[in-house]
Ligand binder design. Structure first.
Ligand code: HEM
Length: 454
């Protein structure tokens, strides 16, 4: 792990190496940073057991270091919360993502797509552009509207509105990006509460906290998440916490997925053409419109392309769970009996971190043939769920915003590919380089693309 601490390799790469070095083992014991013993789970049945099965109850908490006093808004995030508090917070949010709520959220997505189309037509044609920055403008526009009922002005064209939009961009664009501070902050978050205290690390930076509370007060309209939550929630504090979760979880992961999808489709022309052919066929069946629920659902190849993108570029390169009640793992070698209690079983000690190495699993040639190749067809006729695909996690902690994340990303992807074809602005970006400095996957040097009017 020293290479991770020195900023030479991402944590996903380190875990992938451990995973590959021990093909005969169901799990591998190793030391995380600061000599902390941990277990990397390799075997698919055990991964399922930890994330979904009986053992989930013994390791339901994510292994993250967030200080409850320093980071009040972050402690309302189910990803960070533990035990019963996690259950309560998650139960508050899950009703926002039912199919009927998703339908009610689509007008926010459609409006942002319209603005994206105009923004690209006026601002980008013919130029090289950085795809992640464009994607973040779009997802912030959707999430500001869907969560708060506010216009973030991130895709506007007039100078006055741009100033307003720059508030959102200035505050949120850099948040998950590689920087001089992102590595120590990632180490503090994932590995050391002591370092978190020394750095006074906050998952939600202090500079955002008052601004987020102001946004909650400024919320408007009826068809948005805060309105739906507000019906049930009396306390402003909880509402600000939930708003923070929805905003921070809602924009970055989808922006990343959109940018990576454009990157993969730029490198794979035939897949790009297939998305374009599909969207034209679907648009024809729906009177030229793609933003309705039925039309979006019919874009099956586009969705498969997004899932395949997430396989190659998972937002979280590993899931890290903490053992909250000691339990037994079967023998380590996969050629011995799986029955718990047989010779060689081990007892997982309280507090041990169990690592589920998402990136390594997604790249395992025993689970995906030709794993480096971008092949959306893999997800056309088979359900991606189960523990071979962990782009959204799995089990009771699985991402509740998955459908919204996919819908908003797919809507933007087809909006862009309807009018333009994309290519890499610079071949040196192939193969792709992951930043070793961040918790959420980011590109080391940005994603530079070119577009051409179709
Ligand atoms: C393409 C977009 C997205 C991706 C790739 C993604 C991915 C993930 C992943 C990997 C997890 C961790 C799952 C685990 O611990 O097992 C997660 C959790 C979570 N996500 Fe997402 N997410 C996306 C979009 C969203 C959206 C749009 C929202 C809400 C607006 C959201 C809200 C959450 C929340 C609240 C959790 C914590 C769940 C819990 O611990 O119970 N996500 N997401």
């Amino acid at each position: 792990m020293a290479s991770f601490a020195l900023g030479q390799r991402s944590y996903g790469e380190v875990y992938e190496q451990i995973y590959r070095q021990h093909p005969e083992l169901r799990y591998v014991g190793f030391y995380r940073l600061f000599n902390e013993p941990a277990i990397l789970v390799r075997d698919q049945r055990l991964v399922r057991e930890v994330l979904v099965g009986n053992s989930f109850l013994h390791c339901a908490d994510n292994a993250v270091n967030v200080d409850a006093q320093r980071d009040v808004l972050a402690t309302c995030n189910p990803f960070i919360a533990s035990g019963d508090r996690w259950r309560i917070l998650r139960a508050d949010l899950v009703p926002l993502f039912t199919p009927s709520r998703l339908r009610q959220t689509l007008p926010h997505v459609a409006a942002a797509c319209q603005q994206l189309q105009e923004f690209v037509a006026r601002r980008l044609t013919g130029e090289r552009f950085e795809a992640k920055a464009l994607a973040t403008r779009y997802t912030l526009q959707v999430i500001a509207s869907a969560v708060f009922g506010l216009d973030a002005h991130c895709l506007c064209l007039s100078d006055e509105d741009q100033e307003e939009g720059s508030q959102w961009l200035q505050r949120l664009l850099p948040l998950f990006q590689p920087s001089a501070w992102s590595l120590p902050e990632t180490i503090a978050l994932l590995h050391s509460s002591r370092l978190a205290n020394i750095l006074q690390h906050r998952y939600v930076p202090l500079s955002l906290q008052d601004w987020l509370c102001d946004l909650v007060r400024a919320r408007s309209g009826a068809n948005n998440f805060l309105h739906w939550l507000g019906d049930k929630q009396g306390e402003q504090g909880d509402l600000a916490g939930h708003a923070t979760t929805l905003l921070l979880e809602g924009y970055e992961t989808s922006a990343m997925l959109l940018a990576f999808a454009l990157y993969e489709l730029s490198r794979n022309e035939s897949a790009q053409r297939r998305v374009q052919t599909e969207l034209e066929e679907v648009a024809q069946r729906h009177g030229g419109l793609l933003m309705g629920h039925a039309a979006l659902a019919e874009l099956r190849y586009a969705e498969a392309a997004l899932l395949e993108t997430l396989r190659l570029h998972p937002a979280m390169q590993a899931l890290q769970k903490r053992c909250t009640k000691s339990f037994t793992l079967p023998p380590q070698r996969s050629d011995t009996d799986t029955a718990v209690g047989s010779h060689g079983s081990i007892q997982v000690a309280l507090g041990t971190v169990l690592v589920v190495p998402v990136q390594a699993i997604h790249m395992d040639p025993n689970l995906y043939s030709d794993p480096l190749k971008f092949q959306p067809e893999r997800f056309m006729n088979t359900s991606p769920m189960g523990c071979r695909f962990l782009g959204f996690g799995a089990g009771p902690r699985m991402c509740p915003g998955m459908r919204l994340g996919l819908a908003q990303t797919k809507a933007a992807l087809v909006t862009l590919l309807r009018d333009y074809s994309f290519s890499l602005a610079d071949q040196a970006q192939d193969p792709f380089q992951v930043s070793p400095l961040t918790f959420l996957t980011a590109s080391k040097h940005g994603i530079w693309l070119q577009l051409q009017k179709r």
